[in-house]
Design a protein around this ligand. Structure first.
Ligand SMILES: NC(=O)C1=CN([C@@H]2O[C@H](COP(=O)(O)OP(=O)(O)OC[C@H]3O[C@@H](n4cnc5c(N)ncnc54)[C@H](OP(=O)(O)O)[C@@H]3O)[C@@H](O)[C@H]2O)C=CC1
Ligand SMILES: O=CC(=O)O
Length: 339
């Protein structure tokens, strides 16, 4: 029976074990689980790769790299906009001026980029990480991209003799700050084992899903569901107000029932006030829906709810909401149609 801290948080906390693995033969993947508190089970310094690179210091990359530094790791950073490296340098990080140089000077390099285009460019471009990779090194791409992009990056990295792991994360800004991310990994198992202590610093659980593409696919399916849930919630809030109900009461009613979700409880109160402080940018949610549609197309699977949802996020983007939190999708429902 597959169990994990995501589904059984109390159980895994009570188990009081650092991690255990399950091998469901049918699906040829294993799921590795660690208990909730990375502090309780902090990895020993000996377990950690000697030097770690981190490329991409946006909303997610910054706190993830910070947690590695605070855990005592030797971290070297790079970001396209150099100023975003400063807070990490002041915490003790080293700086290199290209992904190539970071990869050349580190054992394991993480990348947390916006989308498939930037992930590909940073890994395989002119001064990309692949240029600095070689045997004994590892590249862990934690960006949310499609399987095809991930496979292409993997090819370039493996061609250098290095190992590749895709490891997109579930969990937003706050879980990244708190070291409570969920890693959805696939690729070279040697690198998975090597990177595990680092994943445990940044996250609360990790899944090893087999061959490259499975981690990306899992992430896209999860975010497809999340995007549709948010759009449906937004419709409920707008409709409740239109018919004279207090949307704050709707948030409370939902929180007490079977469809309650942490996402509604966290985002609902600010959505009622038309406030959307950015944790997960709306443009990235729309990107994930677009990629999920491509994934579904590849296997001829109808996903009509996600397709309609994607259109709503596109409308929201056209109203200048790309950089607001994805909960701002509600604004697309408030737009008055031209007479
Ligand atoms: N925010 C969230 O809640 C979550 C996000 N994700 C995923 O994680 C990834 C990063 O998200 P997040 O940190 O929120 O995004 P941000 O938009 O905050 O950061 C994006 C990062 O990508 C860099 N970047 C963008 N374009 C390029 C380019 N052409 N070349 C080089 N670097 C580039 C940015 O550099 P610069 O600073 O110069 O712009 C920045 O470092 C995305 O794939 C997202 O879908 C996954 C889980 C949760
Ligand atoms: O990708 C976003 C998230 O919250 O997970």
């Amino acid at each position: 029976m597959a169990m994990c801290s995501t589904f059984y948080p109390r159980l895994s906390t009570h188990l009081n074990c650092k991690s255990f693995s399950l091998f469901p033969v049918k699906h040829r993947f294993f799921v590795s689980i660690k208990a909730f508190s990375s502090q309780t089970f902090a990895p020993k310094a000996d377990d950690l790769p000697a030097s770690i690179g981190f490329l991409g210091l946006g909303i997610m990359g910054n706190p993830m790299a910070q947690n590695l530094i605070k855990a005592g790791c030797d971290v070297t950073v790079w970001n396209r906009t150099k100023s975003k490296c400063e807070p990490l340098i002041s915490l003790g990080a080293k700086y290199k001026s290209s992904p190539e140089e970071v990869a050349a000077s580190c054992d394991v390099t993480f990348a947390m980029l916006a989308d498939p285009e930037s992930a590909l460019d940073v890994a395989c471009g002119k001064y990309g990480a692949a240029k600095g990779m070689g045997p004994g090194k590892g590249y862990v791409d934690v960006s949310t991209v499609d399987g095809e992009t991930s496979k292409l990056i993997c090819e370039h990295i493996r061609a250098t003799g290095a190992h590749f792991l895709e490891a997109p994360v579930s969990g937003s800004k706050k879980p990244a700050e708190d070291g409570q991310l969920i890693f959805l990994t696939a690729g070279d198992s040697v690198l998975y084992e090597k990177a595990a202590p680092l994943l445990d610093i940044m996250g609360k659980s990790r899944f090893y899903l087999g061959e490259v593409g499975h981690g990306a696919a899992m992430k896209l399916v999860v975010n497809m569901v999340m995007g549709s849930m948010m759009a449906s919630f937004a419709e409920g809030l707008v409709l409740s107000e239109k018919v004279g109900l207090d949307p704050s009461v709707l948030v409370e009613v939902i929180s007490q029932g079977a469809i309650s979700a942490p996402m509604y409880a966290v985002k609902g109160p600010s959505m009622v006030k038309s406030l959307y402080p950015t944790a997960f940018p709306l443009k990235h949610q729309q990107k994930d829906l677009r990629l999920a549609l491509g994934l579904a197309e590849s296997v001829s699977q109808p996903i009509p709810i996600a397709a309609a949802t994607n259109e709503l996020y596109k409308v929201a983007k056209s109203h200048g909401l790309s950089d607001q939190d994805f909960s701002a999708v509600i604004e697309a429902l408030k737009v008055k149609l031209q007479q």
